[in-house]
Design a protein around this ligand. Structure first.
Ligand code: SF4
Length: 376
């Protein structure tokens, strides 16, 4: 299938796209700035997250860390707290590390070139192309999920969008279309077209500025594109979690910085084995993970949560501290905190769902007293 457009067609395509974008683009906070740092923050947040979810986080993040130096000098805990709830925490740990590296090694200056951006932690092809084109007008074509969908329909491209790297066939197609005089606006226009007109279901073709170039529209097969490989079902993990109460405080532990949910705080617990009840698993996991002996009370909550590669079912119990000294195996830190202090710590979304239930469930099951003192 021929996929090249003539120079005249390319000129016309780019002009139609750009005229449409200038008239119809959404007013978004990161489109009002030329500050590369702010654009970088927005692009990191927008990976795997919808625009309407990102907007309040973007404002809060820039309010607290208005420039690279402010971010680089902030403790990771504080950065995680501001990011809390946005998910995919590796993104913000990498952003923080990259900011520190730029302050340490580059005098706090942001690079302009695509290749330099790609040297930074967490910056892949998409982010490097987006920042270098939008903030520095470098001629780099951006390929995200929205752009792949548009390209797939424009050119009847059978390459599965969920298996194809940005640099593959979609990268070549995007590069062909790129307006090298206005790469930032062109890239944003392609993404905007995918987000608002060439939608995954029921694309709004009559409003599309480039429908004259769209083969899917011409043949009436928009619904067959983009091609996707079927997803395998996510495995589900059952986990028991204990909120251990001692003299009015509860025990929280901190995950190590590397890996899933790194640096966040949580309550001790772990996988339920096939031969044990959730309550037995809770008691065993707490003993193995933090070295404490506890009495397991009634269940506070059952929480379902989906991560990118698995689903988890948390069964959460109120527990009474009986004896032992905290000895960490797995977590890197722990704190006994008052329930009202939990707000100050960054928790994963699944843990946040049951935080409001902690105090009332303790009083319901064990009474409003302070609980045993123990020997720690
Ligand atoms: Fe997408 Fe329809 Fe435009 Fe083709 S004509 S690019 S299917 S919105």
């Amino acid at each position: 299938m021929k996929r090249e457009l003539t120079p005249d067609q390319l000129r016309d395509f780019r002009k139609r796209l750009l005229d449409w974008y200038r008239r119809h683009r959404r007013i978004l906070p990161w489109r009002r700035t030329r500050d590369p740092y702010a654009i970088w923050v927005s692009e990191v947040m927008l990976q795997q997250t919808q625009v309407k979810t990102v907007i309040p986080y973007y404002r809060r993040f820039l309010g607290r860390f208005p420039d690279l130096a402010a971010l680089a000098h902030a403790p990771l805990q504080e950065v995680l707290k501001v990011w809390e709830g946005l998910g995919y925490y590796t993104r913000v740990r990498n952003l923080h590390r990259a900011a520190q590296r730029l302050v340490r090694e580059n005098g706090g200056a942001l690079p302009a070139a695509y290749e330099q951006w790609k040297q930074l932690p967490g910056v892949g092809e998409y982010i490097a192309a987006a920042i270098s084109s939008i903030a520095f007008q470098q001629p780099c074509a951006v390929v995200d999920g929205n752009v792949k969908r548009v390209l797939s329909r424009l050119f009847l491209c059978d390459e599965p969008v969920n298996r194809s790297p940005s640099s593959g066939v979609f990268g070549s197609l995007a590069d062909q279309l790129l307006d090298r005089d206005k790469p930032g606006d062109h890239n944003q226009a392609m993404m905007e077209l995918g987000a608002t007109v060439c939608r995954p279901r029921r694309p709004l073709c009559p409003r599309c500025p480039v429908r004259g170039y769209c083969r899917a529209f011409r043949e009436g097969v928009q619904g067959r594109y983009p091609v996707r490989l079927a997803r395998t079902a996510l495995p589900e993990v059952s986990v028991a979690v204990g909120v251990v109460h001692r003299e009015g405080r509860v025990l929280i532990t901190q995950r190590r910085e590397k890996g899933l949910l790194g640096g966040l705080w949580e309550f001790p617990g772990g996988k339920i084995q096939p031969n044990e009840s959730p309550a037995q698993a809770c008691r065993r996991e707490i003993h193995e993970e933090v070295g404490l002996v506890v009495e397991v009370g009634t269940r506070i909550a059952r929480i379902k949560h989906a991560y990118s590669h698995f689903k988890v079912m948390l069964q959460v119990f109120s527990c009474r501290y009986l004896r032992g000294k905290v000895r960490l195996k797995g977590p890197v830190n722990f704190q006994w905190v008052w329930p009202e202090e939990l707000e100050n710590y960054p928790f994963p979304a699944a843990n946040r769902k049951f935080l409001p239930l902690i105090q009332q469930s303790w009083e319901r099951f064990f009474g409003p007293d302070d609980g045993p003192g123990g020997d720690e």
